[in-house]
Design a protein around this ligand. Structure first.
Ligand code: GTQ
Length: 345
């Protein structure tokens, strides 16, 4: 029998020659299918407003524009393990209660007067707030303000679906009943150093349902004159789970960072994939030789093992970036690696 005949026969026997696959299965280092990419707030916002006029929330479970990485089109994702989307809801609208095993959060970009109800607790929204919807928590949205409300959605469904652990369920009514005091999770843990002693953890995620921008800004201000921060990330704070001191959810870590005027970051790379949203300021992030210029509310993706460097291009104004990554996954599986690395350009 010839090699060709044997290779052919193997296909039908459910076997394959390792030597023809080896390099791809065991690369010397990760090569992300995701590419460095940015999404313009100014360009996308008019399309969100357009669909808010033409598409009702009876026709769509959620009115969301997915931010699709050009290297991850099917199934769509923003980086390898994580997704970002821009959601809009109008005054008077509600969005159907449901739950899924994917962990999710919202980072509020524009508007006031809306809330999401998470396992019986109404959690209110204001710009810059981070609201958690941990896996398998019921959630529905209601807007009673007087202008459109827009936020960034984050989910780990690309990871959860790759793990074949995705479950989804609709609540039997449009909205779930409110069974807890408003913003209870946020208020109970408001003092990060004083934790309610009668409570015990009821899952792997942070019990803080809402990290308000007010507290985040206060924390950034409070540390500003105490340290230079990191040469890569400037003054960078991690949103923590008060039970563990670790990341807010098992698969997603969230951070906020301030880059001083003229900041020119050191280059670095790590196995974690990261998505950024610009809270304020103007700058650029160079990723594997690609310069991603950004300004307020833009979103950009830094794939895993890509080298990056942050620049604040303003000589007078701070830049503030919100970000989330799969670093908790990498760390808990022993796969987190990081090193200094020049992104070029
Ligand atoms: O608001 O519950 O962007 O379930 C994707 C899936 C938002 C949500 C998304 C969702 C939601």
């Amino acid at each position: 029998m010839t090699d060709d005949a044997s290779y052919k026969a193997l296909e039908n026997l459910g076997a394959a020659p390792l030597w023809r696959f080896y390099g791809n299965l065991f690369p010397a280092e990760p090569r992300s299918r995701a590419v460095p990419h940015s999404w313009s707030w100014q360009d996308l916002r008019p399309h969100l407003l357009h669909f808010s006029r033409t598409l009702s929330l009876d026709e769509a479970e959620r009115r969301v524009l997915m931010l699709v990485n050009p290297g991850l089109i099917d199934p769509p994702a923003t980086v390898n393990t994580l997704y970002a989307g821009l959601q809009i809801i109008l005054p008077g609208e509600t969005a159907q209660a449901h739950r899924h095993t994917s962990n999710a959060f919202r980072f509020i970009l524009e508007g006031t007067g809306a809330w999401t109800t998470v396992n019986g607790e109404r959690v209110h929204m204001a710009p810059g707030d981070l609201l958690l919807t941990p896996g398998w928590h019921w959630h529905d949205h209601t807007h009673q303000g007087d202008a459109p409300m827009i936020w960034l959605d984050a989910l780990d469904y690309p990871l959860v679906n790759a793990l074949e652990a995705g479950f989804y369920e609709q609540y039997p009514q449009r909205l779930q009943p409110v069974t807890r005091p408003d913003d209870a999770g946020s208020r109970q843990f408001l003092h990060g150093r004083l934790t309610p002693a009668w409570l015990t953890p009821d899952g792997p995620s942070s019990p803080v349902t809402r990290y308000t921008w007010e507290e985040t800004a206060r924390a950034l201000d409070a540390v500003a004159d105490t340290a230079e921060g990191s040469d890569v990330d400037g003054i960078v704070l991690e949103y923590t789970n008060p039970w563990t001191g670790g990341p807010v959810m098992p698969t997603i870590g969230c951070r906020v960072q301030r880059l001083r005027p003229g900041f020119h970051g050191a280059g670095r790379r790590h196995t974690a994939s990261t998505i950024f949203n610009v809270v304020r300021g103007e700058g650029a992030t160079v990723v594997d030789g690609v310069r991603l210029d950004w300004s307020e509310h833009d979103t950009f993706a830094v794939p895993g093992w890509a080298s990056y460097r942050h620049l604040n291009t303003s000589a007078s104004q701070d830049a503030v970036l919100f970000s989330y990554s799969d670093e908790p996954v990498m760390r808990s599986l022993g796969l987190y690696r990081t090193e200094a690395s020049d992104p070029g350009a």
